[in-house]
Every structure is written in C-alpha cells, then in structure tokens.
Design a protein around this ligand. Structure first.
Ligand code: FAD
Ligand code: SIN
Length: 537
C-alpha cells in the first residue's frame, strides 16, 4: 500500500497533524494507523487538562515560561519553551473550534484549574475527563475529511529505512531515510508494507514498562524502540515522571486509576499513615510542589512508615464544587467503597510520563529523514528533567502543527529518486519463522521486566540497582531476540521486544547521568552536576 502522509498513532498528536494536513491537501491521502481501537490512547485518559495562558489579566507568557523552566530543573530548551507557551494558546483555540467543550463559569469565561508547579490558574479542562473529551472531538473532526483513512488494529512493527534496501549508512551516505513501515494488520492477520513520502510518529509513551502505571496497555514505547533500532537519535530516557497520586487498589495490575493533581489544586491534602500533612516538611509549596518532589516525598513516607500508600484527604473540600469538577473520581472511589467526603483516598506514585524520547528539532524533525515525531514519544526540549503538569497535551499540539507546517514546505521538493527508492522496498520476509507454541514465555518475560524496572529503576535509584537491572535486561534481551528470529511476529512479542529496548534506554540514560536532577534521583550522586547536558543515545 502507498499513501502520501502516514501517521502512526491516533492520540492528540497524530489526529491534530492529520486534520491540518487534510485541510490543506484535499487531493492527498492521509493514513492513520493505530494498534488498538481508535480512542485507546494516553490522550483519552488525561484528566487535569491543557495548560495555556488564557486569562491574560492575571497570567502571562513569562509566568508560564518561568514555571516550565523551574519544573524542568535546568534542562529545558528555553527556545522550545517559548515556542510552546506562545503558540499554545492558538492551538487550544483550534481544539475548541474542532468541538472540544471545556468547562465554563456561569459568566461564559472558561474555568481555569491549577496543578503542581503552576503559579497561576491556567488549565482548561472538561470536568475530570478532559482527554476523553478531546479525543472524542478530534475523532469526530477527522470524519469530515474523506481523504483521511484511519486503520485500527494495525500494529507497526518497524520503520523502513535504507537498511531494508540493503544500503549501509556510511560516511558518504550519512543520512538515514524513512520510506514507510512494516505492519502486522490484525484485521487480515497479514504482515504488510506501507510506503509513504512523509511519516509522523505519534506513538505515545512507555509507562507499561513499570508494574504500576497510569498509562493504558498501548503505552509500550514502540515508536522509541523502532527509531533506536533504525539508528535514530534518542535522548533523556532516564526522566520518567511518576505521578504522585494513582489510586492504590491492591491486586490491580495493568493501568492504575489516576487521581488528578487538580484535586490538590482545589484543596486536597496528602497525609501519611499517622494522619500528618507531611508535604510541609519537604517543600514550601507543600502539596502543590512539582511532581518529582511530591512523588519522592511520598516514596520516602511509605518507606519510613512501612506502608504501600499514603492518603489524599478531600474530606474538607466543598462537596458541590468537587462533584462538579471531579464526578468521575467520585464515582470511581465510590465503586470501590470509598466515600471521599468521609474516607481518605489511598494513593501511591505510578509511572506516568516519559519526558525523554525521540530527539526532535523545533519543526518536529527527527534525526531520520522524512520522519517527524510529536507527542509523548518525542523529546522536544520542553520538559527538561521534569514535565510541568498539563504541558504535554499542549506540546503535542504545538509540534503536530509544526510538523505539518514543515511537511507542507517539503511537499514541493520531494525528489523523483526518492519515489524510485520506494519501489525497491522488499516485502516483509517471514522465512524460517513459525507460529509460537505457547505465549507463557512472553507473558512471563513481561512480568519480569516490569518487576525489575519497578524495583531497580524507580523513583529513587542507585548504581548497584542499575547494574542489576542491566544484567537482567541482557538476559531478557538475548532470550527475546532468539525467540523473535524464529517466531512469526505478534503484537505481544513485538511489544515485549520494544519494552526491553526502552527499558535498556532508560537504564543506560540513568547510568550515564552522574548526578541527581529533576525526575532522576541517584543516591550515589545526590547532587546536581555543574554541567548541563542531555543524555544522547
Ligand atoms: P497517545 O495519546 O498515547 O496515542 C498513541 C497512539 O499510538 C495510540 O493510538 C496507539 O495505538 C498508537 N500506537 C502506539 N504504538 C503503536 C504501534 N506499534 N503501531 C500502531 N499504533 C501504535 N497530559 C496533560 O497535558 N494533561 C493532563 O491532564 C494529562 N493527564 C494524564 C492522565 C493520564 C492517566 C495519563 C496516562 C496521561 C496524562 N497526560 C496528561 C499525558 C498525556 O495524556 C499524553 O502525554 C498525551 O496524551 C500523549 O499523546 P500522544 O498523541 O503522544 O499519544
Ligand atoms: C493530572 O491530571 O494530574 C495529570 C496531569 C498531567 O499529567 O499533566
């Protein structure tokens, strides 16, 4: 199959880009691939909202920039921060034009929320299900464009580069180029080749490499792993953001339910097992300190008190306001026997967001030609060592837009040689592989992987634990590659392979960073280094 614009991922980044290209190029074909249902994305689960300088009478670009830089702990790219904050408001307006219904005050102004690290109220939201509302609006909007095709249950296995054409990347041909992807089409159960002249990776995050995560099952870091295999540039993978307050439900594996930070923005208070509001001992901003600080404080309280959770106390919050802003959280807690106006909510940190990823420039270009990346799989330089809450939906939109702008410029200069190269791409070669006899080796390896990442590469790290993680990953890698060579591809096997690669990149990044900064805390190097640098892999 051939298409003009190939988009991998149907979250906010992929859909925003597809919509813009479709508007501008009615005669071009845009194909969106997603490995699951159309809306099964991290985007759908976003709760708190999207940050933007909306109320200019109290807020300013400068304040949002400053808050982002402070959270990023010295590693943000200031130019990128400026771009995102200044262009973000226009992108939010587009979301509204596409049909997103943000909550409003009785006078018609948008209601603005506040989360950790923000000095002003600037978060637009739709109750506590903002992401689901955005995803709904975007999926509705793409239906208006007959030139957009969305193929669900189509698993991208690898991106195609000149390695697949048998060319070696040498000093005389230094540029790696992307020509399309190999997919496992689960609708027809066949492995296919999809060629395109422009490709956007918008494949989301990797929270699933940890035992406890707020991310849905699609978040296995496939895009990052594919780019790494294709010898593209990856950076800052050690900066994994743990959300401080995932609902603690014993026995729940897979995806933990999030209790949005906006609850603390509205007055929720963290308490330890003794009922003490402990955050004041850790940071003057108390419960609204940036996430890395709050997550580490909770981790410490749990260790000191020997508990698996702390509490979020909402008992004194205004009932009417709470029910209006957080009806989904109220209902979820109630469904497991917690009445939040009488009982405190047990919460613990969970892997939530990957700040690093595929290195991109200010036009969302990766180090591989014809390949853009936007959204959580990309590392733009916005977040530095720690992402400010509700900045990621904004970032995804801003860089989806910039990828679209750049792609429009490139459109006119696509070379014939390139189109000729497309003809030479071989079909997927499954020779010598067979159907796997049993799945247990894959599911067991996934469990081992999640365990080792959570136990050795979690909120607080040290050199011994990282070394242990590395040794165990080596073994998993070796076993999985052997299996991959002789087995027909399946999403489960590909995801395991990708999760091992991504875990390796997280550990490698953590080992290379000989300091503690932002989300990366290593007790063997408890201080910040004077040298500011990204970890390039
Ligand atoms: P996603 O929305 O995750 O979409 C990824 C897409 O890629 C999916 O369609 C998936 O199927 C597809 N895909 C992946 N791999 C493959 C493959 N191999 N083949 C084919 N398709 C593939 N951020 C905020 O700014 N504000 C918030 O309030 C907020 N709350 C959050 C709450 C939760 C519970 C979570 C999990 C995240 C939250 N975030 C929030 C973060 C934010 O939601 C994500 O960073 C953002 O939605 C990512 O969007 P995306 O388009 O990059 O990827
Ligand atoms: C939340 O609602 O607490 C999550 C916000 C985010 O991850 O940006």
């Amino acid at each position: 199959m051939k298409t003009d614009f190939l988009v991998i991922g149907s979250g906010i980044a992929g859909l925003t880009y597809a919509l813009k290209v479709a508007q501008d190029c009615p005669d071009k074909k845009i194909t969106i691939l997603t490995k699951a249902k159309s809306d099964e994305t991290n985007t759908k689960y976003a709760q708190g909202g999207i940050a933007g300088v909306w109320d200019k009478s109290h807020d300013s670009f400068e304040k949002h920039i400053e808050d982002t830089l402070i959270a990023g702990d010295g590693l943000c790219d200031k130019n990128i921060v400026e771009i995102v904050v200044r262009e973000g408001v226009q992108r939010i307006s587009e979301l509204i034009e596409w049909g997103t219904r943000f909550d409003k005050e009785p006078d018609g102004d948008y209601k603005l929320g506040k989360e950790g690290g923000h000095s002003e109220y600037r978060i637009l939201h739709h109750k506590d299900i903002t992401g689901s509302e955005m995803e709904r609006a975007l999926l509705e909007a793409i239906k208006k464009y007959p030139n957009i095709e969305l193929i669900t249950h189509c698993f991208v296995v690898d991106i195609i580069t000149q390695h697949h054409l048998g060319y070696l990347v040498t000093k005389s041909t230094p540029d790696i180029e992307c020509f399309g992807v190999y997919v496992l089409n689960l609708n027809s159960n066949s492995t296919e080749r999809i060629l395109a002249s422009t490709i956007l990776l918008a494949s989301g995050g990797n929270g699933q490499v940890y035992r406890s995560t707020t991310n849905p099952y699609i978040a296995t870091g496939d895009g990052v792993a594919m780019v790494y295999r294709a010898k593209g540039r990856i950076e800052n993978m050690e900066f994994i953001q743990f959300h401080p307050t995932a609902l603690y439900e014993p026995g729940i594996r897979g995806q933990s339910f999030l209790i949005t930070e906006a609850v603390r923005g509205d007055g929720g208070i963290l308490r330890n097992a003794n009922g003490e509001a402990f955050m004041k001992r850790y940071d003057e901003r108390e419960d609204l300190a940036p996430r890395d600080i709050v997550a580490r404080a909770i981790d410490n309280e749990m260790k000191v008190n020997g508990t698996e959770y702390v509490y979020l106390d909402c008992r004194e919050m205004d009932r009417e306001k709470f029910m209006e802003h957080f009806p989904n959280i109220y209902a979820k807690c109630k469904s497991i026997g917690i009445d939040i106006f009488h009982d405190m909510i047990p919460v613990s940190p969970a892997a939530h967001y990957s700040c690093g990823g595929i290195k991109t420039d200010e036009w969302a270009k990766t180090s591989i030609k014809n390949l853009y990346a936007a959204g959580e799989c990309a590392s733009t330089g916005l977040h530095g060592a720690n992402r400010l809450a509700s900045n990621s939906l904004l970032e995804a939109m801003v860089f989806a837009h910039r990828a679209y702008q750049d792609a429009m410029k490139q459109l006119s200069i696509k070379k014939n040689a390139y189109l000729h190269a497309l003809e030479q791409i071989p079909e997927w070669n499954a020779a010598g592989t067979s159907v796997p006899k049993e799945m247990i080796v894959i599911t067991q390896s996934v469990k081992e992987l999640k365990m080792l990442m959570s136990d050795y590469v979690g909120i607080v790290r040290n050199n011994d634990r990282l070394q242990r993680a590395n040794r165990r990953l080596d073994l998993l890698h070796e076993e999985t590659e052997t299996l991959y060579e002789k087995t027909q591809v399946s999403p489960q096997l590909c995801e395991l392979r990708n999760m091992i690669t991504v875990s390796y990149l997280i550990v490698k990044g953590a080992e290379l960073r000989k300091e503690s900064r932002g989300l990366h805390f290593n007790t063997d190097y408890p201080n910040r280094s004077e040298i500011l640098q990204d970890t390039i892999l």
